[in-house]
Ligand binder design. Structure first.
Ligand code: PMP
Ligand code: GLN
Length: 445
């Protein structure tokens, strides 16, 4: 018995040591794929956690802190209790009622007959739409021109597809006080100068996050002319398409002559119906481009949540009927945000900060270079000023915002590190709480 016990014990020792050795062998090789190098930092991961840790009043991450409209909540509840098929797989490239309603709705806007089965791909939020677009259309060595400031994931997505991101900045108009996002200009010469024989696509975002710039038809025409002249694709992120103010009009670049065939338009139900957690997005484009995105989609996530798609389908059906009426959510949401935008702007002005009024979207940026704060205790002085400032603001004042240089390439980050972004798609009580913090702080100065 004793012999058997000893044998068993030595077998365990042998197994443990061989496990340790194998473990060492595994650990001595590089575990990660190179595509993850250099793209491991993420502003949302970092600042959303920090805001939560410090229980800050959150004007940082862009999501409404109020419920989606009742009609779409009802549609979701109805879907959930709509029978077994609502809980099972649906068509992988998009739930049939959703693609049908998206096609009907957007055909009228783009002025092109959109085929629900060929020209649309439903995705897990606009994020996955962007991912499918970059994976399907960008090859090793391709250059992709990104207009700065840009939604931060474009750059890592281009890099992970093997492409090279090339940047062209929107620049504040020279010589005058910059009061509106419309004062940030894209130079046609500068954009043209970035195009090489390797350029595959230009990425734009209108209304822009974080600036709120809504591209005018002339600006889009200039981009379209370059795309057509140099045979480029245009990836147009339009997740904030319904949110424009003071008469600014959202124009789809896909609707300009010659652009349908070469434009990939991206949308999000999260932004459209104030339901960012549902993660329903879509790509609309010509079938000859969509088919390659379908390949990425079918071999990665394959399918998106059925009930959420069913609810969004109802949302678009309703909005199609109400289009242009005051009861349309696409009118009501910007009307509500118009008021919140004004409220945030006056709050910033009252504490001596100059807001740059957004023409669209639900973010507002402000220059913080005149604010006197001692950031010496923020250890990492290599970090851009706005990163250190926002960390300080969260920790010391309990107010969360987002540093704007996160929307710039690593090369240009230091040049644009004097702005922070406030999100105003928030309850008035949240905006009041932020105002309280800013006022108390300004009175201490
Ligand atoms: N594009 C832009 C410009 C965004 O601000 C966001 C954030 N919502 C996305 C894409 C991603 O959208 P979604 O939440 O639908 O994935
Ligand atoms: N699009 C949102 C923003 O700009 C949130 C993005 C995210 O949390 N990843 O705030």
């Amino acid at each position: 018995m004793g012999v058997i016990k000893n044998l068993a014990a030595s077998l365990i020792v042998i197994r443990q040591s061989s496990f340790r050795n194998n473990h060492k062998i595994i650990m001595s090789r590089r575990l990660h794929a190179r595509r993850t190098d250099g793209v491991d930092k993420n502003v949302w991961v970092e600042f959303t956690q920090l805001a939560a840790d410090y229980k800050a009043v959150n004007l940082g991450q862009g999501f409404p802190d109020f419920s989606p409209p009742q009609f779409i909540q009802d549609a979701f509840c109805k879907a959930i209790s709509g029978g077994p098929q609502m809980h099972q797989y649906t068509r992988g490239f998009g739930h049939p009622p959703l693609v049908k309603n998206l096609a009907k709705f957007f055909s009228r806007i783009v002025g092109h007959d959109i085929d629900p089965l060929e020209d649309i791909l439903v995705t897990v939020g606009a994020y996955q739409a962007l991912f499918c677009a970059f994976q399907a259309l960008v090859d090793e060595g391709d250059e992709v021109i990104i207009v700065e400031p840009f939604f931060d994931c474009y750059q890592p997505m281009v890099v992970m597809a093997g492409g090279k991101a090339v940047y062209v900045p929107l620049r504040p108009r020279e010589g005058s006080t910059v009061l509106s996002s419309g004062d940030w200009i894209l130079s046609a010469e500068e954009l043209a100068s970035k195009i090489t024989s390797r350029t595959k696509a230009i990425v734009i975002n209108t209304p822009n996050n974080p600036l709120g710039k809504v591209y005018k038809t002339e600006e889009l025409q200039m981009i379209a002319d370059l795309c057509i002249r140099h045979n480029l694709l245009c990836i147009s992120d339009e997740v904030y398409e319904w949110l424009t103010y003071d008469g600014a009009k959202h124009v789809k670049i896909a609707s300009l002559p010659g652009m349908w065939e070469r434009t990939v338009t991206i949308g999000s139900a999260g932004k459209t119906f104030s339901a960012t957690g549902w993660k329903v997005g879509w790509v609309i484009s010509s079938g000859h481009l969509i088919k390659h995105m379908k390949t990425i989609h079918q071999n990665s996530i394959y399918h998106c949540a059925t009930a959420a798609q069913e609810a969004v389908a109802h949302g678009f059906e309703r909005e199609y009927e109400m289009f242009g009426n005051p009861e349309s959510y696409f009118k009501q949401l910007p009307a509500m945000l118009h008021h919140k935008r004004k409220k945030l702007a006056s709050c910033l002005q009252s504490v001596g900060l100059q807001p740059i009024m957004p023409e669209g979207g639900y973010f507002m940026i402000t220059d913080i270079s005149s604010v006197k704060v001692n950031l010496n205790d923020q250890s990492n002085t290599d970090e851009p000023f706005d990163f250190r400032f926002v960390k300080w603001l969260i920790k010391e004042k309990g107010l969360a915002t987002i540093p704007v240089s996160a929307f710039y390439s690593p090369e240009h980050r230091k040049e644009f590190d004097k702005y922070i972004r406030f999100c105003f798609v928030k309850e008035d009580s949240t905006l009041d709480a932020a105002e309280d913090i800013l006022r108390k702080w300004s009175q201490q100065e």
